[in-house]
Design a protein. Structure first.
Ligand SMILES: [Fe+2]
Length: 278
């Protein structure tokens, strides 16, 4: 692969592969982080109290924000380099984006919900390039054990992928809640902690979910899932790309000219050949 600044080290790539997540420092500036945090607070001024996976929380999120302060991060070469190195591919493109704000809910009960957003086969994860999406999560506040850390089961994506390799019909390609997953020897959930400005590269094919914010300050982040360009992807991912195509079209003119390769058009059309996937 062509080296570019910001790529994960071999040890970090192994961590991403084995655990499904790795958190690294970023070169984002104080100005960029402050502006992006202000944009999320503007876009998401009030939390919704609701129940996720049976757990009451106060949070809100919005897909496909086109605000300049957030697009500055979405198109940053650092995220591109992270995703390229995690996926083992020369070129990635933006799949989607979401801004998330978790509000203090000090009267709430501690808890979290668990789910996966995607599922693969082990052969997808072990292919080079990997036939998968990876998400870059830019943390815009510190994430402490009390401040709504994303809960995560390290390695669960591999157990699920191995199960799907043996029995593709057992787990769907899209979102499944924990209760719908087969009983496999999953690791215990751990909180994904981070300092403001760090970035987690993760797969949402690992069991994960939001937790209650028991702190006195909000927790802010943006999710930027990216996909490998020119790589066969599952029907589910391709349908998701189609669903997000209005965002891609709106985002394209907002990118700096030299960053417009982060939006592909047309969409990847290579279908997964079951005979190749195995
Ligand atoms: Fe999720």
């Amino acid at each position: 692969m062509i080296w570019r600044e910001g790529m994960l080290t071999p040890e970090q790539i192994e961590r991403f592969s084995a655990d499904g997540a790795v958190t690294v420092d970023s070169p984002f500036t104080e100005t960029e982080l402050t502006a992006a945090a202000a944009a999320i607070r503007r876009v998401l001024p009030e939390g919704n109290t609701g129940t996720w996976g049976g757990v009451e929380m106060r949070r809100d999120s919005r897909d496909c924000c086109l605000d300049e302060e957030l697009t500055t991060l979405v198109q940053h070469p650092f995220l591109e380099a992270l995703a390229c190195s995690a996926l083992g591919v020369e070129r990635v493109a933006v799949h989607a984006m979401a801004a998330a704000r978790s509000f203090p809910f000090p009267g709430g009960r501690p808890g979290f919900w668990e789910h996966i957003d995607l599922a693969y086969r082990l052969s997808d994860l072990e292919a080079r390039p990997r036939r998968m999406v990876c998400s870059c999560v830019v943390w815009l506040t510190d994430v402490t054990p009390e401040r709504a850390p994303l809960m995560f089961r390290p390695g669960s994506h591999r157990l699920i992928a191995a199960h799907r390799e043996r029995d593709p019909a057992a787990i769907g390609e899209g979102q499944s809640w924990m209760s719908a997953l087969p009983s496999l020897p999953f690791a215990a959930p751990v909180p994904m902690l981070a300092r403001r400005g760090q970035v987690s590269v993760l797969t949402t094919a690992a069991i994960h979910g939001a937790s209650v914010n028991l702190d006195t300050q909000d927790r802010l982040c943006i999710f930027v899932p990216m996909f490998p360009v020119g790589v066969p992807l599952s029907a589910h991912i391709r349908s998701e790309l189609e669903r997000y195509s209005p965002y891609h079209r709106a985002l394209l003119p907002l990118l700096r000219p030299e960053r417009r390769h982060l939006v592909t058009a047309p969409l990847p059309e290579v279908a997964v050949n079951p005979a190749v996937v195995g």
